[in-house]
Design a protein around this ligand. Structure first.
Ligand code: SAH
Length: 215
């Protein structure tokens, strides 16, 4: 697959659109401008890869809307070297944005086919997050604590294990809601078992489901 001037031009326009929707973090905007989103979609979707919309990536899952990726990334206040846990690898697009922002990324996916596809694609593009096949509800205790945690699927509740794996002073961003509409929750861990929570608006995500799914 190629990244042509046309694609780069479309990305510039997408960045302008995302800016006009209120994203100001220069690192986020630079990352959106850099990462070729059309690489994460089947080739027939190349023309629409730069619309600000979610899109199917197979297995009933979606690549998040660029604005949503930008919004969650901005809330995380990424600093170079931050250790970030992502729940819901999916296409790998969000992981690449975080890597471009200077984070060390650990990402978990529960659907084997998506895990395998992304594990091949990302290194081909020069991106190397640590990728895991497993249940994100449990986090990754062996690699905890994390400076930041991002959940990219709609959770019925905030998983306790993820809160435990967040560093004191750390930030978690998670869409919470039982149905197909969630509230983005921004969590600051201020001390052991002490959390400051803020609601950041309504979003729509595919559901966070428990346990591994092998096919
Ligand atoms: N961040 C992704 C968004 C993918 S959609 C991207 O940039 O493309 C959400 C993903 O979360 C789906 O791939 C879904 O399979 C995955 N998911 C759902 N429940 C999960 C769980 N418990 N653990 C890990 N991944 C999960």
């Amino acid at each position: 697959m190629t990244d042509s001037y046309k694609h780069k031009g479309l990305r510039k326009k997408l960045v302008e659109q995302i800016k006009s929707k209120g994203i100001t973090d220069q690192n986020v905007l630079a990352a959106i401008e850099k990462v070729p989103r059309h690489f994460f979609m089947d080739s027939s979707f190349v023309e629409i890869a730069y619309q600000d919309k979610p899109f199917p990536i197979g297995e009933g899952q979606t690549i998040s809307q660029p604005y949503t990726v930008a919004f969650q990334s901005e809330l995380l206040k990424i600093k170079k070297g931050d250790k970030v846990l992502e729940v819901g690898t999916g296409s790998g697009y969000q992981s690449c944005i975080l890597l471009e922002m200077g984070a060390k990324v650990f990402t978990i996916e529960r659907i084997k086919a998506l895990y395998q596809k992304t594990k091949v694609l990302l290194p081909q593009m020069g991106y190397n997050p640590k990728m895991f096949f497993g249940d994100g509800y449990k986090g990754l205790s062996a690699y905890a604590p994390f400076d930041k945690i991002i959940v990219t699927a709609g959770a019925p509740l905030v998983p306790e294990e993820l809160l435990q794996q967040l560093m004191i002073g750390g930030i978690m961003v998670i869409p919470v809601g039982a149905n197909d509409l969630q509230t983005m929750i921004l969590i600051n861990k201020t001390a052991i078992d002490v959390y400051d929570k803020k609601e950041m608006g309504a979003f729509r995500f595919v559901p966070l489901l428990e346990d591994k799914h092998f096919d």
